[in-house]
Unconditional design. Structure first.
Length: 315
């Protein structure tokens, strides 16, 4: 949606930077979410009670013009997953056998609510449409204002979580999730020329069901950032036996001498699912360089065979 706004409004200066910072997986959002996660892990947010409320309506006539404005799981402007302060951060370990995606941390303690039938703005806007104290957005905000301590916050969070679970069951087509990958080499340098394949380990390595239209999206500013938007129930499968996902990474350096190894990652035991409903998952992926076309690596030995010809010395 931000990219669409950029094209239509010809934003420049500060406005252009704001739109760039709101793009999926932008350096600003990643830095902001990383700081929040680190602060939460350190206990610095224990006395801070946060709330997030979003709508789900994207049926307005004005929303039908552009696909970005009527995506499933959005309020016509913002994806529900993007409005959720709960998210997960994963990181790849290319040196494990086999290479694994493991958990860095997750933020899952923020009160979050989806209000059915409300959009971002306009006649059904989550704020613009409120006219009485009985309207759902106003009632939810007043419930948040009544929170005075951890016990009351936990109680409200539980109530809202139950309401969202019911919404998920009743609106499975709009229950979506995002995965934001960032690909770098072993030195931390971004890799913009890449392909990411998500597949079911029990089947053939082809793209799974659940991928929304116009996906994935590569960042126009940082090509190493790729985001996927998925229907959560279709992507994860039966909750009693969720799909076991694999991730294949293929990247190109542009050099005939130094390239990247094809990496197949599986989920570590501490990562039961790759995504959660209505949430964003960040995945930091490191890809090993393949230098076999130009270098020959000789293993260190304290007792080498001095009569053996060592590569790459000539015979």
């Amino acid at each position: 949606m931000n990219r669409l706004r950029q094209d239509l409004s010809k934003a420049n200066g500060i406005g252009q930077q704001v739109l760039t910072d709101l793009d999926y997986g932008s350096a600003f959002l990643r830095g902001d979410d990383a700081d929040w996660l680190d602060a939460a892990k350190a206990g610095k947010l224990d006395n801070l009670y946060c709330f997030s409320i979003v709508g789900d309506d994207h049926s307005g006539f004005q929303d039908e013009v552009f696909w970005q404005a009527h995506e499933p799981g959005s309020d016509s402007t913002v994806r529900i997953a993007g409005a959720n302060f709960n998210y997960t951060w994963l990181e790849a370990d290319p040196y494990a056998t086999p290479p694994v995606i493991k958990s860095r941390a997750a933020v899952t303690d923020v009160a979050f609510l989806v209000l059915h039938g409300y959009s971002h703005t306009g006649k059904t806007g989550i704020i613009d449409s409120v006219t009485t104290t009985r309207d759902a957005p106003f009632a939810a905000i007043m419930d948040a204002f009544r929170v005075v301590d951890k016990a009351s916050y936990d109680a409200l969070r539980t109530t809202w979580s139950q309401a969202v679970a019911a919404w998920n069951a009743a609106n499975s087509a709009d229950c979506c999730s995002m995965i934001v990958f960032r690909l770098v080499d072993e030195g931390g340098r971004p890799i913009p020329d890449n392909v990411i394949l998500l597949y079911d380990l029990t089947g053939t390595p082809t793209q799974l069901q659940g991928m929304q239209d116009h996906q994935p999206i590569q960042s126009a500013v940082d090509g190493s950032v790729i985001s996927f938007y998925l229907n959560f129930p279709a992507f994860t499968g039966d909750p009693a036996a969720p799909i076991n996902h694999g991730i294949r990474i293929e990247a190109k350096s542009g050099s005939p001498l130094i390239d990247y190894e094809v990496m197949d990652y599986v989920l570590a035991p501490d990562v039961p699912v790759l995504v959660r409903p209505n949430e964003v998952t960040y995945v930091d992926v490191a890809v090993k360089r393949d230098v076999s076309a130009i270098y020959r690596v000789i293993a260190y030995s304290t007792g080498p065979d001095m009569t053996k010809q060592w590569p790459p010395l000539p015979s």
